[in-house]
Design a protein around this ligand. Sequence first.
Ligand code: ZN
Ligand code: ZN
Ligand code: FE
Length: 767
Amino acid sequence: MNNHLKSIRIGINGIVQGVGFRPYVHNLAKKFDLSGSVANTGDGVLIHVAGNAAHVDGFLEEIKKNPPALSKITDITVLPWADPPDYNDFFIETSDAGHVRTTLVSPDSACCNACLADIMQPGNRRFDYPFTNCTNCGPRLTIIRKIPYDRKNTSMARFVMCRECLQEYTDPADRRFHAQPNACPSCGPGFSWHDSRGELIAKGSSTAMDQCARALAEGSIAAIKGLGGFHLAVDANSATPISRLRSGKSRRDKPLAVMVPDLETARSVALVNGQERRLLLSRERPIVLLEKRLGVLPEELAPGVSEIGIMLPYTPFHHLLFARPSCPRVLVMTSANPAGEPLCIDNREAISRLHGIADYFLLHDREIVTRVDDSVVQVVRGRKQFIRRSRGYVPAPLQVNGLSGSVLACGAELKNTFCLSRENQLFLSQHIGDLKTPATMAFFQESLRHMQDILGITPERVVCDLHPDYMSSGFARSSGLRVTRVQHHHAHAASVMAEHGLEEAIAVVMDGAGLGNDRSMWGGEFFYVRGCECARLGHLVPIAMPGGDAASVGIWRMGLSLLDAAGVDITGPDLPRPLAAISPENRSVIRIMIRKGLNTPMTSSAGRLFDAVASILGLRQEVTYEAQGAIELESLARRAAGAGIPGDISAGSKSLIIEREGHLVIDSAALLHGLLNQVLRGTPAHVTALDFHTRLSCSVALAAEQFATRHGTRTVVLSGGCFQNRLLLEFVTLQLEKSGLSVYTGENVPVNDGGISMGQIFIAGRA
Ligand code: ZN
Ligand code: ZN
Ligand code: FE
């Protein structure tokens, strides 16, 4: 038997603080009969161990193989420990904040099963206690002010642990050993119930939750303070409060997400496949977009859309609310902010901003340090796709090769996120929103400061979009750092290439409009990308946008424009009915604008093409939220989908690709021409909607394939907001894979503008 002694120092980096790492190491050292210590440092965890050599090796192996559930090790270094002191114990050292700060902060995590059992068990001292947590679950990012992650550096600092909580906190054998937010009813935060003006009605968490459940059952709107912000909650089966909620939030049609108590309830209102089930139950607990069951939930929740966003309870409070018999089974839970503004997090701020919307407030006294919205995902062809990457995922790093230094990428304008890099690690921020109001811009700056603080990153350079008028570009210019500008759609392509570690690809970017290198508005692009270089090979044929930005709201302008491009007399009587209803004067004004180029930029944007077709098919002529026309067009087409792509359409798509000024372009006007007969003949709109999807997909795939052959690559990346359209993504992918190409799209980074900042860094971070 090998009896010789060994002593080493182990440095571990990654998400290793606030995830029960020190108690885990402590228990493991005891198991292997080793002496030494473990400490949180500014850059991770440092372990000193000494003992039997075989035991030391076994200890190290075990850490690598079975680290704690919420941890994520990115790096382990092992050095000899020259002269271990002569003692025979293993202990946890108190934190050392003096080091370089390169440690990682854990995202917030859903209530674990053990804690759920505690709160549901009468007699347990945490029975019915909504702020229960342990080292395996609970709040993290949302409560951390600075690192190292210790209670004094969180918003739990003001709650002094009671004797029993402290006992758990200091007992290495306990699940709550060094659980920083540890709390119980006698020492921790609590809820209180308030009226619409914020006046206290009842104190005590249990009473407050009882009243909240009852108020929801009676059709009231409750503003509920949660983990990363406030939710507005109403009974999802009650039409009146839903319409009150919509008018209060100025959110006319945009789908509302719901929360249900369990998987069975989710299944009763929507279809759930295996991958979707895993996401619903994951500890990140995102909102998952699911195919609605027809006629179960009221149409008002997501009018004109075939999907509904569903999430399961993620805080102990959510479980306890649903445990009340009076609580409705399906609750609308939408972020509590007037449209376009950031989430409310502060009690007083919430009362003043939500006054007139909420009938009641359920408040608590644990401060939310960082606002974080719910994440939104969908599953396409068995793969996760982020619509919004926020709670549960942020600030976990994304690992990318080939970067150096620290860079800040400011992102785009809509659905903004920023991204910070430290060598090969990228930290994508939570969803910030549309940078159009001072409040959102303030949120951008506040989150940036916080992320820099908790990650210890000081950027040396900054990247922004080519568009000079974006608030994010203005922020970059005012930073005083060296600025690199990156074309919007190139950044879309790069975000996917970064995620999959690709050096060379044909990129297809189907997106809303963004400023192109030639100063025109791009958005339906084919690129050849290699390293940081990007060549534009082709695009959708540019169509006129009469009225500029006005045409992305009044999409009837795009409808008329596309008809005009297809050679239809838009002032005459032979128009699809909804457009014929527009006054002849207005129609001839549009024609004059197009002919003379008056306030009428041209755009190759795929988003605008979807708008045009949605208008022509009579889905709607004005949109009330971004991409509404496209989303409803997809939902309509899905009603006819299922039969696959008819072969003759796929063959006919070849003729849609034409050569123009050295570029291959997809002739959307000719595409429309093929559909126009159907429209005028009165073919059911869902058939034409599907036909449009298949024709566009086939011609896009064919063009991509030609480019791939020409450039000798077999890799195609698909990016841009339009690829959230599941039909488009599925059809294009299928066609390309049929031709033997490898197809990549965003899985851990949104393909919409939420992923732009990551693409920007991938390009500029190595330049
Ligand atoms: Zn737990
Ligand atoms: Zn306590
Ligand atoms: Fe975009």
